[in-house]
Ligand binder design. Sequence first.
Ligand code: SF4
Length: 289
Amino acid sequence: MASLLQDLRGLSAERPNISRDLRSHLRAFLESELRSAVGPLTVTKSQMNNVLQCEGKYASPQAFSWTSATAQGTIVHKAAELFFGGLRQQDAPSMFEAAVRRVRVSRLDGTLGDFVDSLDEEEMQTMQALAINSIENLLDSFGDIRDSWNPAPEFATATSIGTSKRVVFSGKIDLRLGSVQANTASTLLIDFKTGKPSTSDFDDLRFYALIETLRTGLPPFRLANVYLKNATHSVEDYDEEILWGTAERAIDGALRMSEVSNGEREASLTPGPYCYYCPSSSTCPVALS
Ligand code: SF4
């Protein structure tokens, strides 16, 4: 039986050929539509999601504190990074320990060590069990990875629109497989999820696909969300219409971000289920009414 990874990679003969003009047409469209955007403006998937949900949420001062769920997710992602970076001979508990050691010394994740130390024994056991379950599913699904498939974990990608890096689209892909080849879409982008599926999951991967197309001239042939908690996944194959729709969404988000962050107008308030996670939820007049 084919592994999940083999299913996701599919057959190279089935990968789509891409027009040489795709990148230049996309770039011309974005540069024209974003000519009024005031830079420097860096657009990430999180900011894009925030501003398109509610501009007030995007404009809110962002506060961050660790929870068991975010700690678990960060540790599992670190384990995936180590695994695809070459630490492949380990079992799940060992990968968990290695990931915790690594995040403790990370400049970005350094405070996670303090949070882990603050957990009581029961909380730690629960978090550890959930993380190890996800890592086991990762190893089961991707244990046949080969270096010849060019696994690139935590793949940082970015492209600028307009001159002088006025608008920059930026992202970090959990895993990019494959390599750019002439005229054929040959890369696969994968996001690992430790929480529940969300309607925005493909929006994130599509944004990365747009950046990769603008950067390399070739889109990924497939996008995949892999939900490690239950070892399930969902895929979306390359579709040029979706790529153009993603460009339109990115334009909408970037213009909103530019207008709100440069004070051209007040942020509009659009309440929704995401108010629960908004830093302004205790003071926002719309959420309180
Ligand atoms: S609480 Fe809701 S409506 Fe208010 S700013 Fe936040 S997301 Fe927007």
